[in-house]
Write a protein that binds this ligand. Structure first.
Ligand SMILES: [Zn+2]
Length: 116
């Protein structure tokens, strides 16, 4: 899928962070990836791993990924549903039968960068 492109944009962001903060290296990066973001965590880590040889900035960086559960809310009764397994997702409210809005689980972001 598009994990290779995502890995490259993460590396670009890290280059910026490294330069702006005058760091010698990026030690650790924490990523938050929603279970409905469409990003395959294994594929992303593999792509980042592959970039190590080309990009000095991630040569010795540890990547930690947290997968976030999916949360959906009913617009009518405001009931919030939480799914740890995306195959369990039902897009209709059990109470009112209204379509649910995904409020969490589609995001993909860098939450923390540790450097030295
Ligand atoms: Zn409802």
């Amino acid at each position: 899928m598009h994990e290779g492109a995502i890995a490259e944009s993460i590396v670009d962001i890290l280059k910026q962070v490294k330069e702006e903060n005058k760091l010698n290296r990026i030690v650790k990066v924490r990523l938050k990836i929603g279970k409905m973001s469409g990003v395959m965590v294994d594929a992303l880590l593999f792509a980042l791993e592959a970039l190590r040889t080309e990009e000095d900035v991630v040569e010795s960086t540890e990547f930690e990924v947290t997968e976030t559960d999916v949360k959906a809310r009913c617009n009518l009764c405001n009931r919030v549903y939480e799914y740890t397994d995306i195959s369990d997702i039902v897009m209709l409210c059990e109470q009112c039968g209204m379509p649910l809005d995904i409020i969490e689980g589609k995001e993909m972001k860098i939450i923390d960068v540790e450097g030295e």
